[in-house]
Design a protein around this ligand. Sequence first.
Ligand code: ADP
Ligand code: 5GP
Length: 203
Amino acid sequence: MQKGLLVVISGASGTGKGTVCKKLLAESEKIFYSISATTRQPRAGETDGVEYFFVTVEEFKNWIAEDKFLEYAEVYGNFYGTPIHKIEERLNRGEDVLLEIDIQGALNVMKKRPDGVYIFLLPPSLEELKNRIKGRGSESPETFERRFQSATNEIATGKKYQYVVVNDTVDAAVEKIKSILAAERCKVNRNENLFEKLLGDVI
Ligand code: ADP
Ligand code: 5GP
C-alpha cells in the first residue's frame, strides 16, 4: 500500500489557511487534520480538542521535555506545536496527514521530512490580506499591527516551499491543492512497488 502524504500548509496570518483547510478536509477522504497544541487563548467559537488542544505554558513545556512534538515554535508570543503521536501510524495506514503550521515550524519539518508536501498559501494582495485579518475581527489594534507587520516577512519566506497557491477564491485554492496532492501520489518515488508488482521476476 502507498504511504499517506505528509502535507504542510503555511501562509501569512489571515491568508485563509484555516478556511481552505476546512474545505479541503470536508471534500477529501482519508486525510487527517493534525490538531496542534497551543498556549494561546481560545477565540470565540473555538473548542478544546477541535481547532487546538489549549494548554498552559507549563503543560506545553512538559510536552517538549517528553519529546512529544514533531516541531514547535513561538508565534506572536504564544507556543504552538505539532504532537507527533499518531502521525506515522496514520501515514503507514495510507492516510494523509495535514499540518497547518507557521513557517518556522514548517522549515523544521522540511529538514526532518523531505518526503513531505510543502504548500504556501498567498493572499491575492496585501490590501485583501488586511481586509481578511480585520474581517476575522479577533485582533486588537496592537495584535493586528504585529500580525500585519510580520506578514510581509512571512510571505518572503514562502519561496522555500515546493508549491505556491493563491487563495483568490476558496474553491479554486482547494481545487489546486487537490491537484497538487493527486500529482504527488503519482510520483515515481512513491510508486516503486508498482514496477516490481508488474514486472516481478522479468527484470
Ligand atoms: P488564517 O487561518 O490564514 O489566519 P482564516 O482562514 O482565519 O485565515 O481567514 C481569515 C479571514 O479571511 C476569514 O474571515 C475568512 O472567512 C476570510 N477568507 C478566507 N479565504 C477567503 C477567500 N478566498 N476570499 C475571501 N475571504 C476569505
Ligand atoms: P492562530 O493563532 O491564528 O490560530 O495561528 C497562528 C499561527 O500559528 C498560524 O500561522 C498557524 O499556522 C500557526 N500554527 C498553528 N499550529 C501550529 C503548530 O503546531 N506549529 C507551528 N509551528 N505553528 C502552528
